[in-house]
Design a protein around this ligand. Sequence first.
Ligand SMILES: Cc1cc2nc3c(=O)[nH]c(=O)nc-3n(C[C@H](O)[C@H](O)[C@H](O)COP(=O)(O)OP(=O)(O)OC[C@H]3O[C@@H](n4cnc5c(N)ncnc54)[C@H](O)[C@@H]3O)c2cc1C
Ligand SMILES: NC(=O)c1ccc[n+]([C@@H]2O[C@H](COP(=O)([O-])OP(=O)(O)OC[C@H]3O[C@@H](n4cnc5c(N)ncnc54)[C@H](O)[C@@H]3O)[C@@H](O)[C@H]2O)c1
Length: 501
Amino acid sequence: MEREVDVVVVGGGPVGENAADRARAAGLEVVLVEQELVGGECSYWACVPSKTLLRSAAALRAAQRVDGAKQAVTGSLDVAAVLARRDYWVSDWNDQGGADWLDSVGIGLERGHGRLDGERRVVVERPDGSRLTLIARHAVAVATGSDPVVPRIAGLAEARPWTSRDATSVKHPPARLAIIGGGVVAVEMATAFAGFGTEVTVLARSGLLGGMEPFAGEAVAAGLRGLGASMHLGAQPAKVERNDADEVVITLDDGRVITADEVLVATGRRPRTGTLGLETVGLEPGDWIDVDDTMLARGANGNADAPWLYAVGDVNHRALLTHQGKYQARATGDLIAARALGRPVDTAPWGTHVATADHSAVPQVVFAEPECVSVGLTAAGAEREGRTVRVVDVPMQSASGAGILADGYEGAARLVVDLERGTVIGATFVGQDVAELLQSATIAIVGEVPIARLWHAVPAFPTMSEVWLRLLEALGRPADASADARASESRESADDAESAA
Ligand SMILES: Cc1cc2nc3c(=O)[nH]c(=O)nc-3n(C[C@H](O)[C@H](O)[C@H](O)COP(=O)(O)OP(=O)(O)OC[C@H]3O[C@@H](n4cnc5c(N)ncnc54)[C@H](O)[C@@H]3O)c2cc1C
Ligand SMILES: NC(=O)c1ccc[n+]([C@@H]2O[C@H](COP(=O)([O-])OP(=O)(O)OC[C@H]3O[C@@H](n4cnc5c(N)ncnc54)[C@H](O)[C@@H]3O)[C@@H](O)[C@H]2O)c1
């Protein structure tokens, strides 16, 4: 059977849903193909369940840090209630709500595995074994996400390791959990399971949270130790086996042996493109899909003549985060519609139809103990790019709001400032409840707000946002703000002249 539609979206995670929504909102006929649950990894096995598993213990710890409130905390975490709250947030792994939403906005849903079959063609293998070929008049957007990587460690695959899906959908937290990896999944799941009372052992081959400022990983290592977790940094598993007692026995390359009930592998992701038919459009199956700033797949047959194949979200490997993928999807969905309807297309940097922020302002919140948030460049990243920067650090507790939030508050804040442009290009905050500080830093970076002007963005007393004031004080106020503003204006005209040329 064949059916012609305007746009086909393959993959109904948060990113595919957003791409479909924008194209549909412009009036195009859109069909979305989904092989599992509408809402994707994020809604059922990643962001949503992991954050609900973390929240209750974080709230408990927060109450225990405030004199007067801590006296009221007389019990311990109700793990069964935490799991029930997680089940509510993942709708018991039922996607009827997602399917109903698609229906309500007029997006067609085809359940089944989607596979490219040449230019503008997608074959859907339905659960009942039948096949449907969708022919896209205007575009195909691939949003198939990513799968966990299981590294080649002797015996690991046979030891029935957990991936993030097993951890986030856990029904009975094990007594002992070993975690291989030191990235975001590792530290968040270590925090969650330590909160449940599980004996957690983290096996990281280097420090934690490698992509962030070093003090973030150091604070999390200390925080996890404080929750009772054993931290083995610089550890490399050489061999894993599941013994007759159903225990997992991990031998490290230095001979140490760790025994646990389960082992979670949290060592990164690979693209979900192995069976996507990429070979039929001139691309390599199993690879990430390389895209330009409009998410147009580079090298796909026909794309250079008449753009038709786009890849959004995890599958393009630009930023493996839901919010950033959705940002790409909004730009791409709008672009597909603009091209289809003959409307103006705006692909200049920071234009409507590009995801420029992917290069310079990707915000991330790590919901560990303590929370770590960052956006833009780290000090080391700025150095690698050859930028002339000044790095300023202050303790989070230098803002009165932090001390009022929690007794004995400890945390750290860093700004990376580009001295040539006079703007913030990187920010990191570490400490309890810093997540909501992040958007202020993202706006400062994306808006390229001059430091002299930031002095006029007055944080309210006594909030944690006053850490911005402490950071500016540490940086020093530009002596002549109007000269600074004039410099910024002349820089902008130079930039304008450059882009016009
Ligand atoms: C444990 C964990 C926690 C995370 N927490 C956060 C967080 O707090 N914040 C954050 O921003 N990010 C978080 N992430 C990352 C986030 O989950 C991903 O960036 C996000 O899910 C990517 O969305 P996506 O739509 O690109 O892919 P996915 O969510 O993976 O969705 C892809 C969809 O495509 C479908 N699909 C795949 N292939 C086909 C095919 N051939 N045919 C039909 N359908 C197909 C899949 O079934 C799936 O539904 C987390 C990740 C993990 C593993
Ligand atoms: N709160 C959030 O925003 C959030 C939460 C979870 C996941 N995510 C996203 O999901 C993605 C996947 O997370 P992740 O933690 O799996 O990946 P990651 O890339 O963050 O970390 C992978 C870790 O595994 C280690 N590793 C890799 N190969 C290894 C090997 N062979 N042996 C031992 N260690 C090895 C790395 O050194 C690193 O510490 C990330 O890109 C992240 O952005 C985001």
